[in-house]
Design a protein around this ligand. Structure first.
Ligand code: DGY
Length: 322
């Protein structure tokens, strides 16, 4: 008998096709996250689940599927999953690293350009039909070449973001718990304390995973340490930034602007944020290229197939279970 798999929301077909070769596959037919009740109900009796960052996977979920062979998360971040509890119960969990690294780093650059060169604001101005013609003081933005880029969290995506700066001859600083020899040798990047990075960077790009230590790493105090001309970019996880404080910092112009792809309470925005002119906001789409999302789907499927055969999943985040 084929193993039974549940997919909590439609992902690119290539992943579904891979699963279908070996499993009975049920996919949430609605293009929206499952409610908690639906999640708990629909995964009952399944051998494996392909889940998303919008699904909270915790002890209550594990209780519902005591025989489950594993959960494959369709994301590199897995803060939606209680991995510690899964490990205690011997349940493997996987993620989708590498295949979205460039797409996410590119989006960080897209936000950086868009906010510092006021692309969205200028676009709206043009569409309004109010442009009076060229003017020397119109839409002045931030300078980029030769400026300082501060990377907070120099893992796979932070490293890729930093490496893409080489054409702009930027000075690169990074803050991480670990040294990054690749950044140091190829860009002459310097590992510094967060306070130094904040004080010296013209652009601060956030790439940390969401952990207890990184939750609200950025608060009003942090923004006050940044240059008033600096821009903040976040493509990691919303709760790394205390969003209400960021709103104040942007409104009071403690910093020049922000490019955001992630939010503290998705899909909600801090009220008033949508009216700020000095931000560019995108709907958690940093990995949303056809190539990256397709590769994420096949990667998640391959991980789940391995788990169903009781083999080590290639991207298992809790290998202690084996
Ligand atoms: C991830 O993979 O963690 C992103 O947030 C979604 O692609």
């Amino acid at each position: 008998m084929k193993p039974k798999v549940y997919v909590t929301r439609m992902v690119p077909q290539a992943g579904i096709d891979l699963l279908k070769e070996e499993c009975e596959v049920e996919v949430n037919p609605e293009d929206r996250p499952l409610t908690r009740e639906e999640l708990l109900h629909n995964i009952k009796g399944k051998d494996g689940v392909l889940c998303l960052l919008t699904d909270r996977i915790d002890a209550e979920v594990y209780d519902t599927v005591p025989e489950i062979k594993g959960f494959a998360n369709y994301a590199v971040g897995y803060d939606n999953i209680d991995v510690e509890e899964a490990t205690r119960r011997g349940i493997p969990i996987s993620n989708t690293p590498d295949v979205l690294t460039d797409a996410t780093a590119e989006m960080a650059w897209a936000l950086l350009f868009a906010v510092s060169r006021r692309v969205v604001e200028s676009d709206s101005h043009m569409r309004s039909g109010q442009w009076p013609g060229w003017g020397p003081l119109q839409f002045l933005g931030g300078d980029l070449s030769g400026k300082t880029l501060g990377i907070v969290g120099a893992g796979r995506i932070g490293t890729a973001m930093a490496l893409k700066s080489s054409g702009f001859k930027m000075e690169v600083l990074y803050y991480d718990t670990q040294s990054n020899p690749k950044l140091e040798s190829s860009l002459n990047a310097r590992k510094v304390e967060l306070s130094e990075l904040l004080a010296k960077s013209d652009f601060v790009s956030v790439h940390t995973p969401l952990l207890e230590e990184t939750r609200h790493l950025f608060t009003l105090d942090t923004f006050k340490k940044m240059k008033p001309t600096a821009y903040l970019i976040n493509t990691s996880r919303g709760p790394v930034i205390k969003e209400a404080d960021l709103y104040t910092a942007l409104q009071e112009e403690y910093i020049a602007g922000a490019g955001l792809d992630v939010y503290e309470n998705e899909p909600e925005l801090t009220p008033g944020m949508e009216k700020l002119k000095n931000i560019v906001i995108t709907p958690h789409t940093a990995s949303a290229t056809v190539g990256a999302r397709t590769a994420m789907a096949t990667k998640a499927a391959r991980n789940l197939l391995a788990m169903l055969k009781s083999q080590k999943a290639p991207d298992c985040v809790n290998p202690e279970v084996y």
